[in-house]
Structure formats: structure tokens, C-alpha cells
Design a protein around this ligand. Sequence first.
Ligand code: BG6
Length: 481
Amino acid sequence: MSFDLVFFGGTGDLTWRKLMPALFQAFRHGKLPEGGRILAVARDEQTDEQYRAWLHERFKEVEGAKRPSDAEFERFAAQVFYRRMDLSQPEHYAKLKDWLGERSADTVVFYLATSPHLFTQICEQLGAAGLNHERVRVVLEKPLGHDLKSAQQINRVVRSVFDEAQAFRIDHYLGKPSVQNLMALRFGNAFFEPLWRRESIANIQITLAESLGVGTRGPFYDGTGALRDMIQNHALQLLTMLAMEPPASNDADAIRDEKLKVLRALKPFTPEAVARDVVRGQYRAGNLEGKAVPAYLDEGKVPADSRTETFVALRTEIQNWRWAGVPFYLRTGKRLAARDAQIVVNFRQVPHAIFPGKQRANRLIIKLQPEDGLELQLLAAKGSAHGELLAPVSLDLDFDKAFATNRVGAYERLLLDAIAGRLNLFVRSDEQEQAWRWVEPILDAWARDDEGPRPYTAGSWGPAAASALVARDGFTWPEEI
Ligand code: BG6
């Protein structure tokens, strides 16, 4: 199958840090279909050779094992081309059309790795140039909008030019092998599903913790904040995969219909609920891995009086028969104690305790990163004659070890899916808009609230109020156990 893949934003960070290295991995693994051309477009004037040389330099920053040798790079780069484009100029799209028309590739993928304010312009121009025919797909990188209105505006334009089946909205968490494992866990195994409901589960906690600060992304991040950056998309996507009903098939729309139902069943936030069930924080200076790190307000280009949140913890519920009354806690933050993304499913205690000692319950820990695995905590007899009879023991599965040779990175997987036209791991516009609809009351309440985010020390697990949020229901976060 031949393909042409065009990166708008061809010299941007995302392209050289994530997309090109991911394509190179696909190439190295022999997964990139043969006969492909990769075209980077951007504002600067440069030749194919100059762009390849620039990319080669950039690849030196790619982590060790994933870096190409010079010979490998040369073979990969033979498929990489560069064109200058002014994205507002119709004649530049006409030239792009000529370049694509030099041959008729089976698939043309336009990847919009630009600032989102250019999305509508690019889509309209592609449409006007007739570059929206049925062999075309368009990939839209997050953030898709800043709120419901702007997301709807982008979607309206995208839909006026492309069919929904041509639009690939990226949430790179969906490409992570550990996240795909959620589907495998729930719908490839018979024994979890009967327990996957309110009768057996006490609460579910999703943590997406990062130890990094905002680094050089200050200006972008300050206009965004953790709720828009991580909760509206990544955390909610994880929640839908955990909570959805079994889809009738593995088809994209069968899955996305079920995910949408979960988003629609999320309990809407009132201003009182926001005050009670949502905690926002902002990091102060602290220590991480033995190094002093600055406060958010001292990061480059962050306004000294910024009220942008770098941490969010919230409690929600899903209003349906399966989940009624089960708290779902979502938590994310920068400069937390560790880089750790995991889901903890806390099961209920046995209904009647016959063993002496502290009452505990089973837990399933789904580790997303840095490790990718599953830990099932069971209770077993310690064998001692006195005192506490039961002790927790773990069944620990490490997927990186189990599938060492076959693990494919998130962007590699998603790029290959976009080329092949597989939509399963991409977000549909109605899901995305519903997610905005749900987070907006939080944004509105914060805009009216004088208090601003609570401070937390870099290197901690966030403001104390986040612990109080779960403690109120009689629970704790995993690191507090
Ligand atoms: C991105 C956010 O979507 O996800 C970043 O914009 C965040 O702020 C990143 O750091 C986290 O992704 P990962 O794959 O490193 O967990």
C-alpha cells in the first residue's frame, strides 16, 4: 500500500521529538508500508537535503536505543521530503496538490502538528484545493479547542470539509500499549467482567502523575492548565475505557458509542460540587530526586500572578446501573513525587469477616507507566499461629518483560493506524465535545472563585486537600496506604 504522509508543522517540536522518531521506529521494525513518502512542510525555505540534515541533528537527542545509526538514518531519510508553505496561501496548497499528484498514493494523511489556531484555516484550504477526497485522512493533534465552543467551531469546519471517518483526533494515551491492555483485560478475559461493577468495587482511582515541571512550555501551559491538558482528554479517556459496557464488536464506532455513553452518564458538576469535589493546586519550589526545583511562578515566561493549576484531583460518579454510587477519583499534576500513571481498582471487603485482625480488601493495580503491568493484591494465610492471620500478597505481571519484542510506542502505533485507516484508537468529535461539556462547569466555577489554586511543594503528592477528598469517603490514595 502506498501512502503520502504530510506533516504541517514540519519543523515543530512535536514533529521532531515524537512523530519522526516514531515513524523511524516503524521503519526499523519493518512496519512502515513500503512505497511511502513523508513530507514535512513549514515556513522556512530549505531543500530536502537541508531538512534531512537538520532532522539528523535533532535525532541525536532521541533516547539511546531508539536513535538510528547513520546508515539507518540515510535509508529512512530517503523517504523524507520538505516543502515551504505559507498556510494562508491557496497557491501553496495548489503546489502541494501537484506534488501529491505526481503519483496517486493509495492513502494521503495530513497530520496537523501545528498550533491549533491554524487547524480551521488548514482544513478549509485543503477543502478548497480539493485535497479532501476519499483517499485523504486528517490527523488532528491535541489540544482540540480551549473550551466547548472552540472545540465545536473546529469540529464544524473539519466536518464541512471531511467525513467523520476521515478525521483522526489524537489522544496519544490511547496508543499506549498499557492502555490498550485495559480493553484486553476487560473484554479478553472472562473473570474480571462479573466483578466489574458497583456490587464488587468500592472505588476507582486514576493517577497521572508527572515529576517534570512545565519546562520551556510556560506560555502554552499557562493558558491551558492541568484540567484542560490532562483531565479533559487523557484521564477521561481512561475512565471511559474502564467504565464502558462491553462493545458489540471491536469496530471503532461500536467502541466509541460505548465510551460516549459513559461521558454522558458522568455526574454533572454544580458550583457547590466543584467547591466540594475538585481540588486544584500549583507547585511551589521544592526538591525532586535530590535537586532543588523552582516554583511554577518562577518558570520561564509564566506571569508572576498566574492562577493556572498544575494539579487537579476530583471525585465523580457515573450515573448508571453498573456504577451508581461508586466514586471515581481522577488526579494529575506536574512536579509530583514520581512519574507514575496507574489505575487502582479497590474492591469491597468481604461481606462478613471471619479472620481476626485488620480488614483488608483486594486491589487491582493497572500500571500504565513507567512500568506496564498488572498487580492483583490478594489476601493469603500467613501461617502464623497467633494474631493477624491474613497478609496481602501480590500477583505481579510485567508486560514489558512478557512481550519484550513486540511493544510498539504510542505514536508509532497511532501513525500506523492513521495510515491504515483504523479509527479505534482515535477520539470521535461527539466524545470530545461531551468531555468539554463536562469539564466546563469546573472552569466556570474557578473563574468566579477568588481563592485560586492551593500551593503544594514540588516533590510531594499535591495539596493536602486531595487526601481529604478521598478520606472523606473513608479511602486513601495508593501512596498513603
Ligand atoms: C501531553 C500534555 O498531552 O501529555 C503534557 O500536554 C504531558 O503536558 C504529556 O506532559 C504526558 O504524556 P506522557 O505520555 O509522557 O505521559
